[in-house]
Every structure is written in structure tokens, then in C-alpha cells.
Design a protein around this ligand. Structure first.
Ligand code: PMP
Length: 426
């Protein structure tokens, strides 16, 4: 059935580690053969055997206006014809910075980079440079890209500084990273009480999307805001995934909590490599060439990528965009939950704006540990039943899903119909 996908996967594994350029694409968690994608349009993409799927990963977030949106494609074509990269500033970068500063609360200055990893890595360096402190706090289950000091999982218990979770990361690089439990205010209080004056920054996904979808409690974000302000630490919201996804002004607006630095990515590139970090002008003034914190990029602010990003940012500001996106996503998860209930399957779902979580668990998880306790085997079977029915979900029980503005009623209904069949077979 999947001949060309299989052939490509076999070939790919000879020249590329695991056959993929980013691990989750390999279907390791769910098993089976990854689909090699040939083209995409609106809410769909097609694999190498020309099978069509309703796409619920949307390139892991960027495809919020749907694939190959005519306005985005046209902007890219126009920009490409003018030259692909200059290594000198452009008007497009000025417009994009102005747009981001207009849309993201508290961001007075922003720097464009090419990936979320660069954004968070640079934000950490900035926080450390500005505070002249080394230690950072992150939370278990939050992913902030693959910079060395962020690839850390806590040892057990409080105040255990990090052991690297990736080979190739020296302990010396991760020893300043303290990993705490998501949504645990008491732990945060205790740590700040004992070593608050050594903490350069707290970095958090204010709505976590890398341990499936887990919402922060308002108290959790308010506590870290208060503690960071009291101890002179920098609060970094990693909104690479949730920014422009949960609402036009991101998680900061939803929670009414303002970070000192915000990291952005995915949606702001509209499918091409643009990411960014920004914040108050006095903090951003520490960046080279003004200040001593170095950061740079040959392709930063690339004109073709910026054209795709700017056009996407324009489309998401159209009247009713987020109302529609949220309503469709809510309709999807409610429909899936109802279908599971009907089939007697233990399942629940949650959605914020255009991102969603599916859990084979009795209640929506609030921490990494709770998420890990969900039924992974059931998810894997569900994933393959849905895939066979032409619905492409995230190929892991621990990833969030994404809806685009092109996922209309017919698409959502078709997905729920497929899920009814799948739940019945579990
Ligand atoms: N931060 C978050 C919250 C992310 O979800 C991701 C990617 N999924 C990153 C950072 C890293 O972004 P990139 O893959 O573009 O390096």
C-alpha cells in the first residue's frame, strides 16, 4: 500500500541518520513507515503514493493559514525573483520588526533569527549577559530547541542541577540548568528563596505543546513573574509554538502576564525559516552591535522568508481569524471526545486557539508525570487507524496537534467520522 514511501524510507536511511532530518518524523514512537510528502494544499497533504491526508501537524505549527496559501506563495515568488539573500539589511526586516512589536505585548525591540532553537539559545545568552548570572530554570517536559544547556532533565528532587539528556552535552554545560516541575508553584518559591540571586532567567512554554498540550495554571505564570521581578531574574516566555497560535497576541495576552523576553518562531515564518526573540529595549540593548552579547546569522531576516512571514502575519489579522480558528479546533476536540465516549474509550481532549491535545487518559494532564501516565499503546493504535483513514495526526502520544484556518466544517466532520470508526476498533 505504501510502496513509494517504503522505498524512499529505505533509501533515506542509507544517507541520512534514521532516514529523517528531525527525529519525530521517523515514526519511532508510533511504529510503521513515515509518509514522504510530495505536495500540500489548504488542510491537506499528499504522500509519495499520492494518498491524501487531512493534516493536523501543519509543519508543527507554521501552516496556520493552510498550505500553499496563494497570497503567501505569491509573496515568496515576488521576493525570490528579487534575489534570495543579501547579507545586508532590507526594508522587509524593518516592517517585520514593526509588526512583531505591534502585536506582541512588551516587545519593544526584536531580533530575527532562522529557527526557534536560535531564538531560545540567544534569549538565554542575553538573560545571562544582562544579569551577569549563570543559572537558569526550565521545566520538565518543556522543549526549547536543542541548545546544549536546554537539553536537560532534572535528577530526582529539588535543587538537583541538570544531567544532560542528550549524548554530546558535557555536564559542565548543563550544570547551571535547574529543572523543576511544570505547574508547581511551591517548588519555584523554594528555589527562589534559597538561590534567587543566582538565577539569570526562568524559561517556560506558557502553554506547553511539547509534552502534548498542557496549559499552565494562571497562578504558575503569576508566581514566576512575581519571583523574577523580586529577584532581578529575566522571565522568558518561549512562544515559538503558542505565539500567534493561541491568539493574535499569544499567551501573554491570554494570561495577562508579561514576560521580559519572548521567543517566537513557526507562524512568523509562515513555513519558511524565521524565528525571533524580543523584549524591552533596555534588555535588547545588550545585544551586539550595541552591547556585549554576541549573536548573528548569515540568513537572519532572509528576504524570501520574511516575505512569507509578513504575508502570514497580515492574513492572521483579518477579521474573525482567531474566532474561526478557535471554534473549529474546539469543534474538533469536542467531537473527538464525544466519539470516544460513545465507543467507551477512556479519552479526553483540550484546545487553546488553534492547537489541541488528545489524551488517552481520564482527565486532561497538568504535568509531565500525568501526561506520561496516559495510554501510549492506545494512542499508537488510534494514530495508525486514523492514518489509514486519511487523517495525519502527530506521530507521537506526546505531541500537540495543529488546526489551520482551512480546516472547515467538512474537514472536521470527516475527521470525527474517521475517529468514530477508529475508537470502535480500539
Ligand atoms: N521552542 C518551542 C516551544 C518549540 O516548540 C520548538 C520546536 N518545536 C522550539 C523552541 C525549537 O524550534 P526549532 O525547531 O525551529 O528550532
Amino acid at each position: 500500500m505504501t510502496n513509494k514511501n517504503e522505498t524512499l524510507f529505505n533509501r533515506a536511511q542509507k544517507t541520512t541518520p534514521g532516514g529523517v532530518n528531525s527525529p519525530v518524523r521517523a515514526f519511532r514512537s508510533v511504529g510503521g513507515t513515515p509518509r514522504f510528502i510530495t505536495r500540500a494544499e489548504g488542510p491537506y497533504f499528499w504522500d509519495a503514493d499520492d494518498r491524501r491526508y487531512i493534516d493536523y501537524i501543519g509543519s508543527w505549527g507554521p501552516a496556520i493559514v493552510g498550505h500553499a496559501h496563494p497570497q503567501v506563495v505569491s509573496a515568496v515568488q515576488v521576493a525570490a525573483a528579487r534575489g534570495l539573500s543579501f547579507g545586508a539589511p532590507t526594508e522587509g526586516e524593518v516592517l517585520m520588526a514593526e509588526e512583531i512589536c505591534k502585536l506582541v505585548p512588551g516587545v519593544e525591540q526584536v531580533r530575527l533569527v532562522s529557527s526557534g532553537t536560535e531564538a531560545t539559545m540567544s534569549a538565554l545568552r542575553l538573560a545571562r549577559g544582562a544579569t551577569k548570572r549563570d543559572k537558569i530554570i526550565k521545566f520538565e517536559g518543556c522543549y526549547h530547541g536543542h541548545a546544549d544547556s536546554l537539553l536537560v532533565k532534572a535528577g530526582s528532587g529539588l535543587l538537583t542541577f541538570g544531567n544532560p539528556t542528550s549524548a554530546g552535552v558535557p555536564e559542565d554545560f548543563s550544570k547551571h540548568t535547574l529543572v523543576l516541575d511544570y505547574n508547581n508553584c511551591e517548588q519555584l518559591e523554594e528555589v527562589f528563596q534559597s538561590i534567587g540571586d543566582q538565577i539569570a532567567c526562568v524559561i517556560v512554554e506558557p502553554i506547553a505543546g511539547n509534552m502534548n498540550l498542557i496549559r499552565a495554571t494562571p497562578a504558575f505564570l503569576e508566581t514566576m513573574r512575581r519571583l523574577c521581578s523580586a529577584h532581578g531574574s529575566v522571565l522568558i516566555f518561549d512562544e515559538v509554538m503558542c505565539g500567534f497560535r493561541v491568539g493574535l497576541h499569544g499567551a501573554q495576552a491570554l494570561y495577562q502576564v508579561q514576560a521580559d523576553i519572548v521567543c517566537m518562531g513557526k507562524v512568523i515564518g509562515g513555513g519558511l525559516p524565521v524565528a525571533a526573540f524580543g523584549g524591552r529595549a533596555d534588555l535588547m540593548g545588550h545585544m551586539a552591535p550595541l552591547g556585549g552579547v554576541y549573536q548573528a546569522g548569515t540568513l537572519s531576516g532572509n528576504p524570501v522568508a520574511v516575505a512569507a512571514g509578513m504575508t502570514t502575519l497580515k492574513i492572521i489579522q483579518e477579521d474573525g481569524f482567531y474566532e474561526t480558528l478557535s471554534a473549529q479546533t474546539r469543534k474538533l476536540v469536542d467531537g473527538l471526545a464525544a466519539a470516544a465516549k460513545e465507543a467507551g474509550v477512556t479519552f479526553c481532549a483540550d484546545a487553546v486557539g488553534g492547537m489541541f491535545g488528545l489524551y488517552f487518559a481520564a482527565k486532561v494532564p497538568t504535568s509531565y508525570a500525568e501526561m506520561m501516565a496516559s495510554d501510549k499503546e492506545k494512542f499508537n493504535r488510534f494514530f495508525h487507524l486514523m492514518l489509514d483513514a486519511g487523517v495525519y495526526l502527530a506521530p507521537s502520544a506526546f505531541e500537540a496537534g495543529f488546526v489551520s484556518i482551512q480546516h472547515d466544517d467538512a474537514i472536521v466532520d470527516a475527521t470525527i467520522a474517521a475517529a468514530m470508526q477508529a475508537f470502535a476498533q480500539l
